[in-house]
Design a protein around this ligand. Structure first.
Ligand code: TGC
Ligand code: FAD
Length: 386
């Protein structure tokens, strides 16, 4: 396993424990993910056999306290793990992001003690899978307009509506679902098998093909009273998104490292005009762009990880990192594909798969445009959303 790009010696800033965890995940991805991922991607299925192995590695519930089965580690370690998983494939990082940030986090933060004890240990050991339903067919970037609604009954709530584009929906044992109760966004835990709840898989994707993406459909779905989360308003789901967007900022660097390292190696061995293509100025320009942008993204991540660990990171700072790092990862994947020439479109190299995946990563968890507007509003004081 070769050493990764570290142009500014940033490894010196991470603790021994952080580096050890990162390298353990890196070697897991090298041994268990990279050899099989292209086949699963081409078939359009998630490699289920990875789930217990990821659990054993301690990937689920990285920042969750040990009393609930988590690892009780810091956010920096969570970020570094997401980086290494996405070096393998965005689908594997997505699986882990949803489980950690979008399912375990809201249960830990907003569910009652009984639900925490019931679900967190199972989610941590991978015997239960979760999903997060915010997006609807007509409300993506603007979740505040959602029409899925809950009505209070004597025994609990009756849920009606539909969610779309939900990672792991079909395979999930527990869904964190956001719906309006008396016109205000609330969160509910919906267990698999609940009457009136179905989760058909969406097919036909050209991106994130090794990830399960689903609809969630609720037709007079009865939810017990205690399954309502203790948070009111859009800040509930947005607080979960802050966690997941942080993981994506690190994850995108993993994808960027994968395509950069593949392009660098390829360019040194591919001969054209009697020379390695790495000796041509135009190829070097592309490689230097990647190296330079990845180094800047690594710096952003290091600083953001520390701010997260100190519980000081602002949502806008997380937006800056998600927006920047996904953008440069996608641009790097496109340039790496060019450097690989025709070989770049083959599954033998990771570049086209990463480029296609990153198109989704640029859209989910807030599109680049939405993060631009979040930052624009922050620095000018004017909202340009509508
Ligand atoms: P706005 O008025 O700005 O905010 C409403 C309330 O929320 C608070 N808030 C936050 N709280 C915690 N964390 C954050 N990041 C927060 N951002 C805002 C805010 O202070 C306010 O609180 P309060 O108490 O005053 O009510 O809300 P808005 O309706 O104007 O919306 C703002 C906007 C457009 C930025 C937001 O809707 C947005 O981020 N839209 C993008 C939607 C999105 O990202 N969806 C992602 C769906 S999940 C997904 O994609 C998973 S992919 C999984 C995978 O496979 O990896
Ligand atoms: P739209 O909101 O319709 O946006 C379309 C275009 O318009 C975009 O370019 C956008 O930037 C632009 N736009 C929108 N509003 C503005 C504006 N005010 N100003 C300027 N431009 C604007 N969601 C979940 O809840 N849970 C999941 O697990 C999940 N997993 C996903 C997995 C995959 C593979 C994908 C692709 C998506 C997933 N999503 C999930 C949904 C994702 O969060 C949404 O796709 C995303 O929020 C964007 O919504 P939309 O696709 O409806 O696009």
């Amino acid at each position: 396993m070769q050493k990764s790009l570290d142009y500014l010696n940033l490894d010196e800033l991470y603790s021994e424990e952080e580096i050890l965890f990162r390298d353990t995940v890196k070697s897991f991805v090298y041994d268990e993910v990279s050899p099989i991922i292209d086949e699963y991607y081409q078939k359009g299925i998630y490699p289920v056999e990875l789930t217990p192995k990821l659990a054993e590695l301690g990937i689920f519930g990285i920042t969750v306290p040990t009393e609930y089965g988590g690892a009780g580690a810091n956010y920096t370690m969570y970020g570094l793990a997401m980086q290494e998983l996405e070096r393998g494939d965005s689908a594997i990082r997505s699986f882990a992001s949803v489980q950690n940030s979008l399912v375990m986090y809201p249960i830990l933060k907003y569910a009652n003690e009984e639900l925490k004890s019931k679900w967190l240990p199972k989610l941590a050991n991978g015997t239960a899978i979760g999903c997060f339903g915010l997006t609807e067919p007509d409300y993506g970037s603007n979740p505040s307009g959602m029409i899925t609604n809950a009505v209070e009954t004597e025994s609990g709530y009756l849920l009606n509506g539909a969610k779309m584009w939900i990672t792991n929906g079909t395979v999930a044992d527990i869904a964190v679902v956001w719906a309006k109760l008396d016109g205000v966004v609330n969160g509910f835990l919906v267990e698999k098998g609940t009457k009136g709840f179905s989760a058909p898989e969406m097919k036909g994707k050209y991106s994130l093909r090794a990830s399960v993406t689903s609809e969630l459909i609720f037709q007079d779905c009865e939810i017990p009273k205690e399954n309502r989360l203790n948070v009111v308003g859009l800040r509930g789901p947005l607080s979960c998104l802050s966690q997941a967007r942080f993981g994506i900022a690190y994850g995108a660097v993993g994808a960027a490292l994968s395509v950069y390292e593949s392009a660098l190696e390829y360019s040194k061995t591919r001969i054209q005009f009697d020379k390695p293509i790495a000796s041509f100025q135009l190829v070097q320009q592309k490689l230097v762009y990647m190296m330079n942008e990845i180094t800047k993204a690594q710096l952003i991540n290091y600083r953001l990880g520390r701010l997260m660990d100190e519980q000081r990171a602002l949502p806008q700072q997380i937006s800056l990192a998600k927006r920047n790092n996904v953008e440069i990862a996608l641009e790097s994947a496109r340039l790496a594909r060019e450097i690989h020439g025709a070989n770049g479109i083959l599954g033998e190299y990771p570049v086209m798969r990463h480029a296609a995946n990153l198109e989704s990563v640029k859209t989910y968890e807030g599109t680049n445009d939405i993060h631009t507007l979040i930052l624009g509003q922050d620095i000018t004081g004017f909202s340009a959303f509508a």
